[in-house]
Design a protein around this ligand. Structure first.
Ligand code: BES
Ligand code: MN
Ligand code: ZN
Length: 487
């Protein structure tokens, strides 16, 4: 990905964006008359109107070189992420087309940041993870190796930020996509270690340390697994110490969720490799923030554990004591994410006094029933924080929808024998899960819980992402910090 102030010479596919409804002849696309006329013809013939990501393509003779020229719509003005989506749609279409070099020339849009955003979208859509395909047919292999975006120094400056957010998204997607025999708690930590090179400070707690701290809730979940649980804390301070209290980002990192003794049904269980999507989003956000040297103090926590059935696994009706001292009757070993998060929340509050906490978790199947795959659920004890998150969601494209919390829901977790049980009734399953977490928030610290069960993984491709891991949360958290917590 490079910037240039004029189109290069030689072979490439030329991509020119155009706003919805704009007249192709008058849009000043930098094309000769014959090409414009051919394009008008092709646009009319395919009912092209400039809707976001819609494309018309022709092959035209340009300066003695026959090249593919793609006109891509950027929709009506004011549409969120339209330019990113346009870049993504083109990348999705041309990735394996045989083209090796794409030149995005958005000068006709006369919009600052357009070149950088096209490229950002193209990279998001182009991400793939082919490391386990040893027999991929040549025709199915990606061919695009190079993207040149035409823009000035200001564009390059914008790119310096997007580049790192993209790297964060890519890291999150990789962690989620990798299978659970490759990504387990310790190897998750190792994959993140590259961030030390960016100035991120790592603290890792193993089983022994967690036992000493009394993290019975987290440890109970991992006790049936042959892999050792880990608590990963990544600290980034880009303020030189001027922000004493960090923002804490907390991720559920269940590297595989079989359900434990409350075993999940076989069909679809493979999906549960993405049950560490919250932890992956936190890691990706830390990668983005450190990469772009955000002027903020942020601590990213990943509660990493595998939930397995075993002779040593915890049983439904076991009672565990959390680090907070509260006891939990584990009625369903498949409601494990909240147990993991509970101890991580206590640990970060005791050790770092965060000014705000945002947790992300693929926490409940009920969230998918409520919101599908379009929005993640947002629960919060603080209207200000919830508003910041929802605004960041709209701006970044990782959309959130707020759901309620309240005493009557909280009561559903009361246990006849312990301080609480880990499951409520079937109804309002996502809300009672959030209520459970809230019981571990001390002194009304501003806190929000994002249930990303429906958004961490998608089964159909869209303009900005192929099917599979989405990296949901990285763009959102980066925006949240940029707009509200940077000095
Ligand atoms: N990781 C699952 C939630 C999940 C399910 C995420 C499907 C994405 C897709 C979580 O640990 C879980 O199993 N939750 C249970 C809770 C129930 C036992 C109260 C659920 O949603 O069924
Ligand atoms: Mn579960
Ligand atoms: Zn789970």
């Amino acid at each position: 990905m490079t910037f240039a102030d004029a189109r290069p010479s030689g072979g490439f596919a030329l991509v020119v964006p155009i706003a919805k409804g704009a007249d192709i002849r008058k849009a000043d696309l930098g094309l000769d008359e014959a090409t414009v006329e051919a394009m008008v013809h092709a646009a009319e013939g395919t009912r092209f109107e400039g809707d976001t990501g819609k494309q018309v393509e022709i092959f035209a003779d340009q300066d003695g070189e026959v090249r593919r020229v793609v006109l891509v719509g950027t929709g009506a003005s004011g549409e969120d992420q339209a330019i990113e989506k346009a870049g993504g749609a083109v990348a999705g279409r041309l990735q394996t087309s045989g083209e090796t070099k794409l030149v995005f020339d958005p000068r006709a849009l006369a919009e600052r940041g357009a070149a950088a955003r096209l490229a950002y979208g193209a990279l998001q859509r182009g991400w793939r993870h082919d490391v386990y395909r040893t027999r991929l047919k040549d025709k199915l292999k990606p061919t695009v190796k190079e993207i040149v975006a035409i823009g000035d120094a200001a564009e390059a400056e914008d790119w310096a930020r997007y580049e790192h957010v993209y790297a964060g998204i890519a890291l999150a997607r990789e962690l989620v996509t990798e299978p659970p025999n490759k990504i387990y708690p310790e190897s998750f930590v190792e994959r993140c270690r590259e961030m030390e090179g960016l100035g991120v400070e790592f603290t890792v707690l193993g089983k022994q340390e967690m036992e000493t701290l009394g993290m019975g809730a987290l440890l109970g979940v991992g006790q049936g697994s042959a892999t050792e649980p880990q608590l990963l804390a990544m600290r980034w301070d880009g303020t030189g110490g001027s922000q004493e209290r960090p923002v804490a980002l907390v991720g559920k990192g269940v590297t595989f969720d079989t359900g434990g003794i409350s075993l999940k049904p076989g069909p679809g269980m493979e999906d549960m490799k993405f049950d560490m999507g919250g932890a992956a989003a936190v890691a990706g956000a830390m990668r983005a923030l450190a990469g772009r040297k955000a002027k903020a103090h942020v601590i990213g926590l990943c509660g990493l554990v595998e939930n397995m059935p075993d002779g040593k696994a915890q049983r439904p009706s076991d009672i565990v004591t959390s680090m907070s001292g509260q006891t939990v009757e584990v009625l369903n070993t498949d409601a494990e994410g909240r147990l993991v998060l509970a101890d991580v929340l206590t640990w970060v509050q005791r050790n770092h006094k965060p000014r705000a906490i945002v947790d992300l978790a693929t926490l409940t199947g009920a969230m998918i029933i409520a919101l599908g795959h379009e929005y993640a659920g947002c629960f919060s004890n603080d209207d200000g924080l919830a508003d910041q998150l929802i605004a960041a969601g709209e701006k970044s494209g990782d959309a959130l929808w707020r759901l309620p919390l309240g005493k009557p829901y909280d009561k559903l977790l009361d246990s006849p024998i312990a301080d609480m049980k880990n499951v409520g009734p079937r109804e309002a399953g996502s809300i009672t899960a959030a209520q459970f977490l809230q019981r571990f928030i001390e002194n009304d610290t501003p806190w929000a819980h994002l249930d990303i069960a429906g958004t961490a993984w998608i089964k159909t491709a869209s303009q900005l992402r192929d099917k599979g891991a989405t990296g949901f949360g990285v763009r959102l958290l980066d925006r949240l910090i940029a707009d509200n917590y940077e000095a």
